[in-house]
Design a protein around this ligand. Structure first.
Ligand code: AP5
Length: 217
């Protein structure tokens, strides 16, 4: 299955991606995680991306698209993948279709749109903590680890993302509305969009997501 998770910052894409990708047995590809790994390693890509990420803006398409093109060419993507955070613009969506054709794959099977309102986004992102080593996402109130600031999975240190400050979150929401929300109509027209109520406990959202995907084999 070739699956895309779409939704505003803080909708729960990263949280659901880890469970849904495991259930569907496909690799999870998060452009945000790839950029953050490059920032922490100080690579050329990381240096190029950092100023956009810190400001809550999108990294330019030409940088992002080449990175995804390379990743989708890897062997583990041959039978499917889950994309978290890509595409985020109509040009990215168009190139994704071209990349799949180049690799001899059919188009995207399903685009799962996680729907939450802006106030919930701010609540979720202000309490988010992420593991430095495995990228597992936690929340201080809604999904706390057993020990403060320590990941249950691998005992890694948890940190708060620089772009989770409230003013940056508000800007990211504007960027989403202007540049990414048009993808809802884009994929609806292609008959692959599924809207998902992403409110309520994490496990309930996961069950809803898995159930919605069963209809697509
Ligand atoms: P990216 O990391 O993709 O950020 P994002 O899309 O803004 O999404 P988030 O990671 O903030 O949120 P999420 O939906 O994954 O929510 P999460 O599961 O963590 O991108 C970061 C930056 O990289 C971008 O701003 C851009 O600069 C750049 N970039 C990335 N991709 C790009 C692209 N394609 N093109 C250009 N630039 C790109 O959940 C949030 C919190 O809520 C967590 O604490 C979680 O525990 C909690 N939570 C989750 N579900 C629930 C629930 N049901 N109830 C209560 N709490 C919940």
């Amino acid at each position: 299955m070739r699956l895309v998770l779409l939704g505003p910052p803080g909708a729960g894409k990263g949280t659901q991606a880890q469970f849904v990708a495991a259930e569907r047995r496909v690799p999870k590809i998060s452009t945000g995680d790839i950029f953050r790994a490059n920032v922490s390693r100080g690579t050329e890509l990381g240096v190029a991306a950092k100023k956009y990420m810190d400001a809550g803006d999108l990294v330019p398409d030409e940088v992002t698209i080449e990175m995804v093109r390379d990743r989708l060419g890897e062997e583990d993507c041959a039978h499917g993948f889950l994309l978290d955070g890509f595409p985020r613009t109509v040009p990215q969506a168009e190139v994704l279709g071209e990349i799949l054709t180049e690799h001899g794959h059919p188009p995207v099977d399903v685009v799962l749109e996680l729907v939450v309102d802006d106030d919930e986004v701010v609540r979720r992102l202000s309490g988010r903590r992420t593991c430095r080593t495995c990228n597992r996402v936690w929340h201080v109130d809604f999904d706390p680890p057993e020990v403060d600031n320590v990941c249950d999975v691998d005992r890694g240190e948890l940190y708060q993302r620089d772009d989770d400050r409230e003013e940056v979150v508000r800007h990211r929401l504007d960027v989403y509305a202007e540049q990414t929300a048009p993808l809802v109509a884009y994929y609806a027209q292609r008959g692959v969009l599924v809207g998902l109520d992403a409110t309520g406990p994490v496990d309930d959202v996961t069950l809803r997501a898995i159930d919605a995907l069963r209809r697509f084999a």
